[in-house]
Design a protein around this ligand. Structure first.
Ligand code: FMN
Length: 145
């Protein structure tokens, strides 16, 4: 069965919550999903064997969390090319991380990206609209497989 990998980088847990909501949407389309913290991805092979990839990071000091940067460098040449992809993350006011991740997936890995990065303000994380949007993103990525 087709399988999606979600990798997230978080400090306070918000971006992990978002990952779980996106996973619900993927499962709703009948696809398998694995959710992993970025620290579990130690080598290129850890990224292999999936049909689509969803990467997320919170924004700190205008940037993605360092471990996600490291993983994106490592992922180059790791077989992600042209596979379906999406990027997400919670943020406070500027939210650069999901944009930078999205751009890397699109321009370096040439992935088949969903329309835009999925960015959620910390204060909105518990809103029903966000849950709905996250599940919609999950369904969208699953349908691309
Ligand atoms: C020290 C610090 C720096 C931050 N820097 C930014 C920032 O540059 N831009 C932004 O949008 N949010 C910033 N935030 C807010 C976080 O992105 C926000 O709280 C986010 O939801 C945290 O996600 P997490 O729960 O997944 O760690 C910062 C928060 C802290 C504590």
């Amino acid at each position: 069965m087709s399988k999606v990998l979600i990798v997230y980088a978080t400090r306070a847990g918000g971006t992990k919550k978002l990952a779980e909501m996106i996973a619900d949407g993927i499962r709703a389309e009948g696809k398998e999903v694995e959710i992993k913290p970025v620290t579990y991805i130690k080598k290129r092979e850890d990224l292999q064997g999936y049909d689509a990839y969803v990467f997320g990071s919170a924004t700190y000091h205008g940037s993605m969390i360092q471990a996600m940067k490291k993983m994106l460098f490592m992922a180059e040449g790791g077989g992600l090319n042209r596979k379906p992809g999406a990027a997400f993350g919670t943020y406070g006011w500027s939210g650069e991380a999901p944009i930078r991740i999205y751009e890397t997936m699109k321009n370096i890995f040439e992935m088949d990206m969903v329309e835009k990065p999925f960015r959620v303000k910390t204060a909105d994380i518990t809103s029903p609209e966000v849950k709905e949007q996250a599940e919609k993103l999950g369904r969208e990525i699953a349908k691309k497989i």
